[in-house]
Design a protein around this ligand. Structure first.
Ligand code: PLP
Length: 380
């Protein structure tokens, strides 16, 4: 039987490959972006509680009302905005389902979607499977900023959407209020939508503020904004996130969401709703991750790896050009197999697979793990 692949160039994700390799070689896994420390016992108890209470059947398609209510309160607290829980919030199976349902609803065959290059690896396949094309605009070096003149140059009459991601995976860069002004100016008077992937909204360092597109009344009208409780509550395996968009767009996106996953694990939704009652539960994570970043950098200070400044996320880029001119994919494999530390080669995040001799390390790990990894890396 001949199968006509819709994604002929997509294989197993590098995250699965590197995690498998890390396991096989008993390496410290700083590759895939998942925390290795426990989540709140209270949150776990909450899920048990609601299971025992019998909250085990289908939740309403957009999410349980109390959770959407708490999300609305959280957005008001964080960004000073009023969001309608009935028409503007949908709870999804992780941010990835939000991105997938949103794109499937609004992207048509032949459209173009501008993405920043490098980018989180899921965007392009989702664009492609909908028959559209991803147009990569290179982020500036060395700070991974957005060059708005370059973005403008790539806008065409086929541009349906501009996709931004801040705090940015893989670089850890964040956008500024000025970036929002530039995006407003660029999209004003057009039908271009914005997808703003803000899954690391609460992981921003050094006293800086997360610049959500929701802060801009103008951008909010054309934006779909995606979030992840997996990232915020160190529970990436729970697969729960949400999206915010104006009612007309949400009505279209829910048509896809309802036949995609329909709804999300009911007891977890109730438990998260309770957990959101105390803002400390999410507002404290920036300080926790900043401490980890600083600890990892301190442990790495005598190494020949050169860190790239990270303002957010739980990823730290390291340039190894002082050590080797090996391609980054080989370097990542060699470090895993021969030295026992797994990372992700940056080239996989670029459309053209450009190799700048940079590896991405995830520091969402306990101090012992970070110390052990740094000890190995400092000897290389
Ligand atoms: C930038 C970015 N967007 C979306 C996601 C997906 O989030 P979730 O696990 O909630 O689906 C990730 C996960 O790594 C990510 O890094």
């Amino acid at each position: 039987m001949q199968i006509q692949s819709k994604l002929p160039n997509v294989g197993t994700t590098i995250f699965s490959i590197m995690s498998k390799m890390a396991l096989e070689h008993n390496a410290i896994n700083l590759s895939q972006g998942f925390p290795d420390f426990p989540l709140s016992a209270e949150l776990i108890d909450g899920v048990h509680h609601y299971m025992k209470e019998g909250m085990n059947q289908y939740a309403p398609m957009p999410g349980v009302p109390v959770l959407r209510q708490r999300i609305s309160e959280k957005l008001n607290r964080a960004y000073g905005i009023s969001v309608d829980m009935d028409t503007e919030i949908t709870v999804t199976s992780g941010a990835i389902e939000a991105i997938n349902s949103a794109m499937t609803a609004v992207i048509n065959a032949g459209d173009e979607v501008i993405i920043m290059d490098p980018a989180y690896d899921a965007y392009e396949p989702i664009i492609n499977v909908n028959g559209a094309k991803a147009i990569g605009v290179s982020l500036t070096q060395p700070d991974y900023g957005i060059d708005w003149e370059s973005v403008k140059a790539r806008v065409s009459d086929k541009t349906r959407m501009i996709l931004i991601n801040s705090p940015h995976n893989p670089s850890g860069a964040i956008i500024t209020a000025e970036d929002l002004r530039q995006l407003e100016a660029l999209t004003r008077g057009t039908d271009i939508l914005v997808l703003s992937d803000e899954v690391y909204e609460h992981i921003v360092f050094d006293g800086q503020e997360h610049q959500s597109v929701l802060r801009s009344p103008e951008l909010r009208q054309r934006s779909i904004v995606t979030y992840s409780f997996g990232k915020t509550f160190h529970a990436t395996g729970w697969r729960i996130g949400y999206m915010i968009t104006p009612p007309e767009l949400m009505a279209e996106i829910r048509k896809v969401h309802q036949y995609n996953t329909f709804t999300v694990h009911t007891p977890t939704q109730y438990a998260i709703a309770d957990h959101l009652e105390n803002p400390v539960n999410y507002e404290s994570i920036a300080a926790m991750y900043q401490q980890k970043r600083d600890y990892f950098l301190e442990q790495m200070k005598d190494s020949r790896f050169v860190p790239v400044k990270a303002s957010g996320t739980y990823f730290q880029l390291m340039n190894y050009s002082q050590i080797s001119d090996m391609p980054d994919t080989e370097m990542a494999e060699w470090l895993t197999k021969e030295h026992g530390v797994a990372s992700i080669p940056m080239s996989i995040f670029y459309q053209d697979r450009q190799d700048n001799k940079v590896l991405r390390f995830c520091f969402a790990k306990g101090e012992e793990t970070l110390k052990a990894a740094a000890e190995i890396l400092c000897k290389i």
